[in-house]
Design a protein around this ligand. Structure first.
Ligand SMILES: [Zn+2]
Length: 150
């Protein structure tokens, strides 16, 4: 069976913030940061660096107890974030507030010691901040999730 995320036409998919799937009280978001086949891919260092800062900011934020997982897509065009126990408005606000923090505040790279990460040499705070700024600029004026193309 073709899983749901393969049924989205990625030729038509724009950058944005989408609900990838709902499983009961659990919501998986598609944080699409690059338009597939058009924009440059997020390089591995950018993905890895943003993974550290995004996961840390989400888990230390006010909705941290509702964050199940956040990690990069293998296709290098975005992130999946999984939440539970929140309504859509709460999730959307959490994402926007988290990226506002990552784009506008100063912070060190979390988990940057070799004991804390499997490849701590491959981290760049500058890349993480640049990616967060680009995505925040995309979502800061939105108030709800985007809709997948028909
Ligand atoms: Zn790491």
């Amino acid at each position: 069976m073709k899983i749901a995320s393969f049924r989205v036409d990625h030729n038509k998919l724009e950058k944005g913030v989408y609900v990838s799937r709902r499983d009961g009280d659990t919501v998986t978001l598609d944080l699409r940061m690059a338009k597939p086949y058009v924009d440059p891919l997020l390089d591995n260092s950018t993905l890895h660096s943003l993974e550290h800062t995004l996961a840390t900011a989400l888990r230390n934020g006010k909705r941290g107890a509702n964050v199940v997982y956040c990690g990069p897509m293998g296709c290098q065009t975005g992130f999946y974030c999984v939440f539970f126990g929140l309504n859509d408005a709460e999730i959307f606000d959490c994402v926007r507030d988290t990226f506002r923090f990552l784009a506008t505040q100063s912070y060190p790279m979390p988990g940057a010691a070799r004991a804390e990460c499997g490849n701590a040499l491959n981290l760049s705070l500058d890349k993480a901040v640049a990616a967060a700024k680009a995505y925040y600029a995309l979502i800061e004026d939105k108030t709800e999730f985007d809709k997948y193309p028909e």
